[in-house]
Design a protein around this ligand. Sequence first.
Ligand code: GLU
Length: 482
Amino acid sequence: MTARKMVRVRFAPSPTGSLHIGNARTALFNYLYAQKAGGKFVLRLEDTDEARSRRDFEIEIMESLKWLGIRWDEGPDVGGDWGPYRQTQRVELYRELASRLVSEDKAYPCFCTEEELAVRRKEQMKKGLPPGYDGRCRHLSEQQRLRYLAEGRPYTIRFKVPAGEEVAFDDVIHGPISFSSSAISDFILIRSNGMASYNWAVVVDDSKMGVTHVIRGDDHISNTPKQILLYRALGLVPPLYAHHPLILGLDGKRLSKRHGATAVSQFKREGYLPETLVFYLVGLGGIVASDGPLKGMKEIVEDFDLSRVSKGAAVFDHKKLLWINGRFIRELPTEILVHHLRPFLEMWRVSERLESAKIEEIVACGRDNAQVLTDFKPVFDIFLDSEYTKREIFGDEEKGKTRNILEIFSESCKQVKTLDEGGYVQVAKSAMKRSGFRGRPFFMTLRRALTGVDHGPELTKIIPILGKEEVLARLRRVLEKL
Ligand code: GLU
């Protein structure tokens, strides 16, 4: 029996923007695969586009991954035995291996300028031919090549695509896919600025980092034959490929800002839970039923099977996400909910004004009506902001009824020691009887007098948290204003 190779997968974002949920889904699939297989998950930064790559995006991407609960075994921040983990630090390696291919006559320097290429591309288009490099520099004589080099002309290194080769691979998600190498023109390995092209850097890195499975979006399927040809040229066996469908908006177009939030950090700011995104993104791939029982990362790992990821496009529905978020808010343990609320509590200056036990009580009070974490703001306001009693919250025509209800309710409070849920129910019953008001008119009056607004959590939950003293104080202030 041959020993099976340890599974090594990687997530390779370009730090040119925030972490898009489409990429988060790619990261998640890789992470889940590694977890399930007991393998390693590598984070590699593809920062070769120096003009667009930014440090703050790197930080944001890593923060977003961590927030989602995705951890990497090796990466630019944690190191590892197969580094460096950022492409700008691997430039020498790309050049060295490209030179090797040149010396083996599998690649060649190309001196065509951007302008020349643009003119030829136009001609090709005019003639209805597919655009692609015409192979001109492949046929330069050794003499010409040496002369151009001696003249110091800038050049790229192009791969000599072998003609008439069949490039087939068995995609874990899509099944067998095959291309003919004749459809591929000689492509660039090293740009004239010395940087590696995407396809070259990926192959060098994946092979040098021992990557066994490449799991990525299916927008990369057309790159795969090029990459396989490069593996062959290097005398290496390519990894296994799994291309998952991209996420589309409800209109069938690729998910973009037009559809609403797309960055993981933005969902976080809008009050979504990481549990929701993980569950939903995996659900989009068909691994968990999004209206079935909620699952956390551990259970999702257990259920994970890459070959079950659906081949069809994943359609992103913000309404469904919102609904799932509401379910998680209701079902997660309160401490976890409070943990996720921390940044908001800081921002709303709640943490400095309330002790944790009180915060937990208020969170428990508001969770039934919340869909996003920002829905907790008005709930905290109920307890922290009693300024509303200074406003006219009742119209002239309501004043008589209101005074009657509030006076009797305050009076009835004296019958009970504390306004816990039982105490409140008893007081409310007796006040309804004595005032002659019941149902909506009674409760609406009481609610507005105690909170300043007409909606919010159940009074049976609010009143015990306010406590008897605060309830009486608020009612007194409202009565004074009537
Ligand atoms: N940097 C590439 C991307 O973000 C990685 C593609 C790959 O996984 O090969 O799309």
